[in-house]
Design a protein around this ligand. Structure first.
Ligand code: SF4
Length: 345
């Protein structure tokens, strides 16, 4: 039985984008053991997927500092993999695989890391959906849509949160909002505009807003929550783990989001999304978008800049009016009946 390791990328959206590759691997060789390797967030995202046989966890300290490749190699060695697909384009991921002695190491050609690979894929020349770029690792031209599952444990956590919210008279149907972006502030709609869009959308649709985000996004969420409250609209920040967020999103009617990981999680669960784009090129993340409404100002000459921090006035996002955002949410809600999309394993 062949053992194939897949070194996952770090961003949540890219982990979701790797799920079609896992399916392709399974379809290629149903006998092979598929060994996913990644951080705690990736482990939570992929929980419940039948396409992962084992998950090798890289703790955050395994991936920090100059000794990171040696620590990662120690984790990889325990897998006894014959082949590893290196989805990150970093030198350190290739070095770790070589140090672990994995015989077949597949990755993108890039500077000195190329010397550590045994099979080299061409460098990326133009923006393309990440799912298709990952599908190339198994020689496929295009990828199937991403998929995620909600585990029973995650669903139980979500139900407890829903009960606690009901105690405060906060009930579905929900308008989920994911206002942050780990990438940087250039991807974040200003909080006062987000709050305005939420209040307008809640008024027009009757949906109950709830905010999602990483712990580091708490200050942003608090500012939005406070502004909403001042406008008479309750929008609590749910301190949900990634696994619980997955389960809660499946109870939401629509997600209003930046170009962040939550939008990809929602898309893979079949939850419609309204996504605001500014600094980045949508071509990279054009996958699983059957239920995605993109809001983007085409006429902003500097977009896409792919900067983490805007050097000017964030016009790419500021020129999207909160009323337009609320309109888009209302349109989506009008076009989709409310069906919980929970898929539990
Ligand atoms: S430089 Fe332009 S595209 Fe980049 S973040 Fe600023 S306004 Fe947006």
């Amino acid at each position: 039985m062949k053992r194939i390791a897949v070194r996952l990328p770090n961003p949540i959206g890219d982990v979701v984008a790797a799920t079609p590759l896992l399916r392709l691997l399974r379809a290629d060789d149903s006998e092979a053991r598929i060994l996913a390797v990644g951080g705690p967030a990736a482990q939570e995202i992929l929980a419940g997927l039948a396409t992962v046989d084992e998950f090798a966890l890289l703790e955050p300290h395994d991936r920090r500092g100059p000794l990171a490749p040696w620590r990662e190699a120690k984790v990889l060695r325990r897998l006894f993999a014959e082949e590893i697909l290196l989805l990150p384009n970093s030198f350190s991921s290739a070095l770790a695989a070589a140090l672990a002695g994995i015989p077949v190491r597949v990755g993108r050609r890039r500077g000195p890391r190329s010397l550590l690979l045994t099979r080299r894929l061409p460098p990326i020349r133009r923006p393309r959906p990440m799912t298709d770029l990952y599908a190339e690792f198994v020689g496929a031209d295009a990828a199937p849509p991403p998929e995620l599952r909600v585990t029973e444990h995650e669903e139980r956590l979500a139900r407890e949160t829903l009960e606690a919210l009901a105690g405060h008279d906060i009930r579905p149907p929900f308008l989920a909002v994911a206002p942050g972006a780990a990438f940087g502030p250039a991807k974040v709609y200003p909080p006062e505009m987000t709050a305005r869009a939420i209040c307008l959308a809640a008024e027009r649709t009757g949906l109950q807003p709830v905010l999602f985000g990483a712990p580091s996004e708490s200050p942003l969420a608090r500012r939005i929550e406070d502004r909403c409250r001042a406008a008479g609209c309750r929008a609590p920040f749910l301190h949900a783990s990634i696994g619980e967020m997955k389960a809660l999103l499946a109870h939401c009617r629509v997600l209003l989001s930046m170009d962040n990981g939550a939008r990809h999680v929602a898309a893979a669960l079949g939850v419609p999304q309204v996504v605001l784009f500014g600094a980045t090129d949508p071509a990279w993340s054009d996958f699983g978008t059957a239920r995605t409404t993109f809001l983007r100002r085409e006429e902003v000459e500097c977009s896409p800049c792919h900067r983490r921090v805007c050097p000017i006035d964030l016009r790419c996002l500021r020129r999207i009016e909160p009323a337009e955002v609320a309109d888009a949410v209302a349109r989506v809600v009008g076009h989709t009946g409310f069906e919980p999309v929970t898929s539990t394993v």
